[in-house]
Ligand binder design. Sequence first.
Ligand code: SAH
Ligand code: SF4
Ligand code: F3S
Length: 480
Amino acid sequence: MEKLKNTNELETNKQLDFINILKSKYEDEYKKTGVRKTYYIQTFGCQMNSRDSEKISGILKRIGYVETDTEDADFVLYNTCTVRENANNRVYGRLGYVGRLKKSRPGMLVALCGCMMQESTAVEKIKASYPFVDIIFGTHNIFKLAELIKTRLDNEEIGTKHSDRMVIDLWKDTDMIVENLPNDRKYSFKAGVNIVFGCNNYCSYCIVPYVRGRERSRNLEDILEEVKALASEGVKEIMLLGQNVNSYGKNLDKPLTFAKLLEEIEKIEGIERIRFMTSHPKDLSQDLIDVMGRSKKICNHLHLPLQSGSTRLLKIMNRRYTKEAYLDLVERIKKAVPDISLTTDIIVGFPGETEEDFLETLDVVKRVGFDSAFTFLYSKRTGTPAANMDNQVDEKVAKDRFDRLLTAVQESSSKSLGRYENTVQDVLVEEVNSQDGSLLTGRLSNNMLVHFPGNQSLIGSIIPVYLKESKGFYYIGSQA
Ligand code: SAH
Ligand code: SF4
Ligand code: F3S
């Protein structure tokens, strides 16, 4: 049987045509009015969504829109997340606001995309309660944005109600990866690069596999071409993106490992730092640990979500590793990369979590010494197996555990965070400090922030900085 081709040049060309049609339409309007149309994007959720927003922004700029930083714009888009209930609530909050704004801006287009749109209940609610929305699309077809805008504009004459003109285009899943469309990268010196889309892991609490579809890896050649192009444009740091980067390459025609991909990227001249996100512990191979140990470019940081320290609970979460296997992995990583900074994600209040289970989590936190941890209260996601478990944890109990976990994380991280005090470290200078304009802000290889006095012209370069004082999650430094 012929394998599905997962990149699609025909689709790229078709979408470039739509972009060009809108571009000439908007250019004609600009000649008449002398005013460019503006767009505003608000991104919720993780790095996948941030990367998608760069692609969306690229398409809008190519059409002729100019970016603005408030919702008082001609095109407003919310790129949504649905990993926890509060992410959804924030979007409804913004929709209430933008609905009022739209009344005084008749030509305004409001669009919604991202993970929350892949859930039919959310879309039904929007259709019923926010009928002024113009375009809804999902996570699989962001490349179609120009086509969808054109369809919405063509719909202007249809029906009597605004909701009749709403364009909804949602795909459940796809094998198609559309390359080579416009792109508007947020930074000139660091860039996110998708390597795997979707997720096949079905952790029992998690909505992501349902909204991002099955796992698809990008072709090695496409990734290398993108990274080389970025390097030639002056990008120094790349972040390889996937829900589980460790399973990269398994579904390609010519299967390949993530470790091998890293070795290939390491060879690209100009790239000085390589990061990746996220690593599932069950798929983190010894090969990868060895590559991390040998590499000169892979950063000194590994984000390794634990979720829970209880083997019993990990099994019900469908994580497919035990507490012991996690601790063994950490030992092997620390041996290969002695100075590694480990960070993690932990959920408290998963259905059926007992005090004993929770104490196992605290035990792992103490033993590993994470530099930081994202801690989450379990949030019930309709459609996931955990949502139907009948032993949901009492809210008060979960909140109490959450507070105790936070204290444990702070205690453990405060021991290790200051370890670079009074040393000189390489820092990638990222921006002028948002609080104090005389300071620059940059990052160490281990992802920690450093603030130090310096000239803006240093932004984008990697320079040695003397770390004078640790302030917990950041250092105060001076140029070495
Ligand atoms: N693919 C990544 C995580 C993506 S979601 C991984 O496997 O590590 C980011 C984090 O959100 C997860 O690591 C998990 O800790 C948290 N999370 C996911 N679903 C959640 C839920 N239903 N309730 C609370 N936290 C959740
Ligand atoms: Fe969700 Fe698990 Fe996939 Fe991460 S690996 S995105 S937690 S299902
Ligand atoms: Fe949220 Fe989707 Fe990312 S649900 S965490 S934006 S993959």
